[in-house]
Ligand binder design. Structure first.
Ligand SMILES: C[S@@+](CC[C@H](N)C(=O)[O-])C[C@H]1O[C@@H](n2cnc3c(N)ncnc32)[C@H](O)[C@@H]1O
Length: 231
């Protein structure tokens, strides 16, 4: 009985220790979830129509035939949507292999299979080479302490005057969502916190910020941001 008690005690200590280690691996675990649930994700995520968001973002873009980068493009729904609008070239970044492969075969676009944090400016993508960076519900998987550097990188990739579009879930900072065996990292923001975040990236100026209710998920709100590279 005593021995069992010791095993249970040390077992729980090990679980705590592993829990701490797991936290540092959460971005990778997040992508694992997309890898393992790619088919289901595609079938549920592909039907939503975001053309109003495309037109909203494009209304701020000055280039007549904009070159667009879709960050976290998943299965390529929005790449296809933009190509139908006869914009210029569209490229994607998608860390999940099955989603990246699906997007590439669906759209014919070049898809870099990496997280945005892994992208090396000057090697993977050239600086000042995009008119619009589209990050719909993808920067929300970047940890809080990497948001500023990710926004700086986005601004480096944009031509001066270019537009960065992003949407985040409205909430309060980093949180972990458990789905089955997976733990996904989310970074949620309030409007006030988002404005504070952007103050730390003077290259970017807020052009438009609004909060919308998710029509299919009661209680969920989205912060939709349009930022311009000003220097
Ligand atoms: C909620 S889905 C949104 C997909 C798509 N943009 C949309 O609006 O339907 C998040 C996407 O971001 C990708 N992702 C996760 N972490 C990322 C990161 N660090 N950098 C870029 N993309 C990431 C996921 O693999 C997934 O495809």
């Amino acid at each position: 009985m005593l021995a069992l008690g010791f095993i249970a005690f040390f077992g729980s200590l090990m679980a705590l220790e592993n829990c701490g280690k797991d936290l540092s691996k959460l971005p990778a675990q997040t992508v694992d979830w997309y890898d393992e649930n790619a088919s289901r994700f595609i079938s549920t995520n592909d039907h939503s129509d975001h053309s109003a968001d495309y037109f909203h973002a494009l209304s701020f873009v000055q280039a007549p035939s904009p070159r667009i980068l879709d960050v976290g493009c998943a299965q390529g729904r929005d790449i296809e949507g933009f190509l139908k609008l006869e914009v210029g070239e569209v490229l994607g970044i998608e860390p999940s292999r099955p989603l990246a492969e699906f997007a590439a075969s669906r759209t014919g676009a070049l898809i870099l299979q990496k997280t945005f944090e892994e992208i090396e400016v000057g090697k993977d993508l050239q600086p000042e080479s995009f008119d619009l960076i589209w990050a719909m519900a993808s920067f929300l998987h970047i940890p809080a302490d990497r948001q500023v550097s990710a926004l700086e990188k986005a601004s480096e990739l944009l031509r001066v005057g270019g537009i960065f579009f992003a949407s985040y879930k409205v909430g309060e900072g980093e949180r972990i969502e458990t789905r089955g065996e997976h733990r996904l990292l989310y970074f949620d923001v309030s409007e006030v916190e988002f404005r504070r975040l952007i103050e730390r990236v003077p290259q970017l100026r807020i052009e438009s910020l609004d909060i919308q209710n998710d029509p299919s998920r009661p209680g969920l709100q989205w912060l939709r941001a349009v930022l311009r590279r000003v220097k």
